[in-house]
Write a protein of this length. Structure first.
Length: 262
């Protein structure tokens, strides 16, 4: 008895699907910008530029984990970097939306990019979060979950007009820059911290902690009982010690080094 191979002859082999020109042309440049990052600040800047190039003016990168310390399941959120409308950030924090946000829930059940309007099984509270985000200027969103050991997720949220969110090439490029960001962040956080980092004062650490939590100088002043100008002074001194020219970058760097509480 002769056995027929299930593999086709050479003449019947399918040719690999062609890589779209736009994907082939843009992917290397976007990824290499991240690969060349020398520190956290330049990595965040490179990611911001890449996100804007894909048509996403807003983004947030955070580590999301499910808390197991209480009977009620809550979401622990550690901010890595963010560029969202300030008013929405304040509203989000006041309402403690981290545990209600359906984008976070979906991160634990998806391994590929997903659009916010594709999330199923929304509760009334979850629908409210998405509706209010849209009213705040976040027209649509695309999320890329990068699963990490221990069950946490490095979640990249990109927001922009629906034509950017719905673009299939954008989704693939967003996945590339998000996973590259994760790789480079791991590389950069494994480097020895700058010696100057150990000389932050207690007040400088307090101010950077609240910067990392998205607070303005005026809000930090109210929390710490000092003027906003004093807050600005401590933040500027911390930026000098850490050798950064951005308060956000200084706060991110101090967070990943464990110098401040996220």
């Amino acid at each position: 008895m002769k056995y027929l191979s299930s593999r086709r002859s050479n003449g019947g082999l399918r040719k690999p699907a062609p890589v779209p020109d736009r994907l082939q042309a843009r992917a290397p440049a976007l990824v290499m910008r991240l690969a060349y990052a020398a520190d956290i600040a330049s990595l965040v800047d490179s990611f911001s530029n890449a996100a804007h190039a894909l048509g996403f003016p807003y983004y947030v990168i955070s580590r999301v984990a499910r808390s197991r310390s209480t009977c009620l399941q809550r979401t622990a959120l550690e901010m890595v970097c963010a560029h969202y409308p300030d008013e929405w950030v304040r509203h989000y924090q006041r309402r403690d939306y981290a545990s209600t946000d359906p984008v976070h829930r979906a991160a634990f059940t998806h391994s590929a990019p997903y659009r916010w309007h594709d999330i199923v099984g929304l509760s009334k509270a979850e629908r409210r979060v998405l509706d209010e985000a849209q009213e705040a200027g976040l027209a649509g969103g695309l999320s890329i979950p990068v699963h990490q050991p221990g069950g946490s997720v490095l979640l990249v949220n990109l927001s922009g007009p629906l034509h950017s969110v719905n673009d299939a090439i954008n989704s693939r490029l967003a996945y590339l820059i998000s996973t590259q960001f994760h790789f480079e962040l791991y590389r950069l956080t494994r480097t020895p911290p700058r010696r100057a980092s150990h000389f932050l004062t207690l007040r400088q650490r307090e101010c950077l902690t609240w910067v990392a939590r998205g607070k303005s100088s005026a809000e930090i002043g109210l929390i710490l009982g000092i003027s906003r100008y004093t807050v600005d002074y401590h933040i500027e001194e911390a930026m000098k010690a850490l050798n950064f020219n951005s308060r956000t970058a200084a706060a991110v760097n101090a967070t990943v080094q464990g110098l401040v509480d996220p």
